[in-house]
Design a protein around this ligand. Structure first.
Ligand code: SF4
Length: 509
């Protein structure tokens, strides 16, 4: 018997699998939970959907646990896929949740940063973001090999888990910096062990084609799943206003949806047709499968999309014209191909494009200071290393730490984590400047260069970092090795001494 039906289907050239996204909703015995079980049961019986995917506190609001619902769905005879976010739990809770999923028999996991927590019982909850998706994917890879760690009596190695873990990428970013940050992070996710990729939500065929080409050109042999969201006008209006992070609906698409509202069925058949056309385009283009979502979608509607979509596959190139909704002045990674409406396999020239963020003087100063103080082989490096060894743990060491912290608060708004990642993110501190503490690249929530959490007020740290590095032709550094999670053993200690004494992640590179 096959170990994982979804994985087998995704890897088979003869199957075009469909996953269907359901939202567990807030509550334990409410309509949302009953509906999920009803629809999952219908999907199990119908046989056209390979997996039910379950969102994890979407929109940053509380909901029934996706893990628990996954166990229930498994009993109905269909594979669940759990959306696994990093927003509400620290690394120990993440590990313990993975043990529970493994024990329950849930194998498919979609790892993502998660929406910033917005509301909860008696106010906004604390955002956790102890690990980012790259870390979680690495943890899952390690668990799949048999997690090894040091116990009191020596090394312990667990039995292997059999997770099939995937990640998300958004090709729908407006600026070069955001888009490149997405693609650089995609590379890190794949290096950390992502076994499939699902795209974010958007309606621009050229962008779907872009991510497909990017994956192919980089030699990644990994299933890519296209996201089809059945879009009603209300949700589209929210996406257009950027109220659902990461989902892109342009003014032109919103206007088209508005017209469809006057149809006799209030636009329902137009919505299904749009989804079916997307299905056909994805299959025709070469995606490995599709992920269908939408508020309160019935199983019959999913079946309709599949059957209409299948009928349209042979004519998919003629359908591209229905998905020409570019972001105004938006960045494309490849040159436009007017013959198909999609892309040529030629990346655009990026060197001379204008930077997406201002590069402040502090960046030049930080580079200079780093070269002077922290580069092994330089005179000051040897002096500081010697000094650190002598003063660590002494009164003088405490004064040194206080002075270091004071200067770093003034320059970088330092949080004194002691495991400094300034060098990894072009001297923009991910612990103080990124509300999700992303150490390995941007989350999917940025919009027009702005941070998901502070739209119009703060640029995403990776937009700033990309601009800084690009000024020196070094932007590709952002795709380098995984930056490990912050080691809380070092919290509130001198990051400089930790570096010189070989304790932090940068000195261990
Ligand atoms: S700074 Fe960037 S990566 Fe961090 S939360 Fe904001 S948009 Fe996401």
């Amino acid at each position: 018997m096959s170990e994982n039906l979804l994985r087998d289907a995704l890897l088979s050239p003869d199957v075009f699998p469909v996953t269907w996204e359901l939202v567990p909703g807030r509550g334990a015995r409410e309509t949302a939970q009953e509906n999920i079980l009803k629809w999952a049961g219908q999907a199990a019986e119908g046989g056209n959907v390979q997996a039910i995917t379950l969102t994890d506190n979407p929109g940053g609001t509380p909901a029934m646990s996706a893990d628990f619902m996954a166990g229930e769905i498994l009993k109905l005879g269909i594979e669940p896929m759990v959306h696994f976010t990093c927003k509400d739990k620290n690394r120990n809770q993440i590990e313990s949740q993975l043990y529970a999923l493994d024990r329950t028999g849930v194998k498919n996991i979609l790892v993502m940063s998660g929406d910033y927590p917005v509301s909860g019982y008696q106010g906004r909850p604390a955002p956790v973001f102890d690990l980012d998706p790259v870390h979680v994917l690495q943890l899952i890879s390690d668990m799949n090999k048999g997690l090894k760690y040091r116990g009191i009596k020596g090394d312990i190695i667990h039995q292997s888990s059999h997770f099939f873990a995937g990640a998300v990428v958004s090709p729908f970013k407006a600026t070069e910096a955001e888009q490149m940050a997405q693609y650089y992070k995609l590379k890190k996710k794949i290096a950390a062990g992502a076994q499939f990729i699902i795209t974010q939500l958007g309606y621009d065929a050229r962008k779907f084609h872009e991510v497909l080409l990017f994956v192919k050109q980089n030699g990644f042999n990994i299933p890519l799943i296209g996201n089809i969201y059945i879009l009603p006008f209300g949700a589209a209006k929210m996406m257009n206003r950027n109220e659902l992070p990461g989902s892109v609906v342009t003014d032109e698409l919103l206007a088209d949806l508005d017209k469809e509202r006057s149809d006799s069925d209030k636009g329902e058949s137009a919505r299904i047709l749009r989804a079916a056309r997307m299905y056909a385009i994805m299959k025709g283009m070469g995606f490995s499968g599709v992920h269908i979502g939408g508020h309160n979608i019935k199983y019959e509607q999913v079946e309709k999309i599949i059957s209409q979509g299948e009928a349209l596959v042979p004519s998919w190139p003629d359908l591209v014209k229905y998905f020409v909704y570019p972001i105004k002045d938006g960045f494309y990674y490849y040159e436009h191909d007017p013959a198909t409406g999609l892309n040529k396999e030629i990346p655009v020239q990026r060197q001379n494009r204008q930077l997406d963020a201002r590069v402040e003087l502090i960046y030049g100063f930080s580079r200079f200071f780093h070269k002077l103080m922290f580069e092994p082989g330089k005179k000051l490096y040897a002096v500081m290393k010697g000094l650190s060894g002598k003063i660590e743990g002494t009164k003088l060491g405490n004064i040194f730490h206080k002075l270091e912290h004071l200067s770093k608060v003034m320059l970088f708004n330092c949080k004194d984590c002691g495991d400094c990642a300034l060098i990894d993110v072009a001297y923009v501190c991910p612990m103080s400047q990124c509300p999700k503490n992303q150490r390995n690249g941007a989350c999917g929530g940025s919009f027009n260069g702005w941070c998901e959490v502070y739209p119009g007020k703060k640029q995403c740290v990776y937009v700033r970092a990309y601009a800084r590095l690009k000024k020196h032709g070094e932007e590709a550094q952002l795709q380098n090795n995984m930056v490990p999670p912050c080691n809380w053993d070092l919290n509130q200690t001198s990051s400089w001494m930790n570096y010189y004494l070989g304790k932090d992640h940068t000195s261990k590179k």
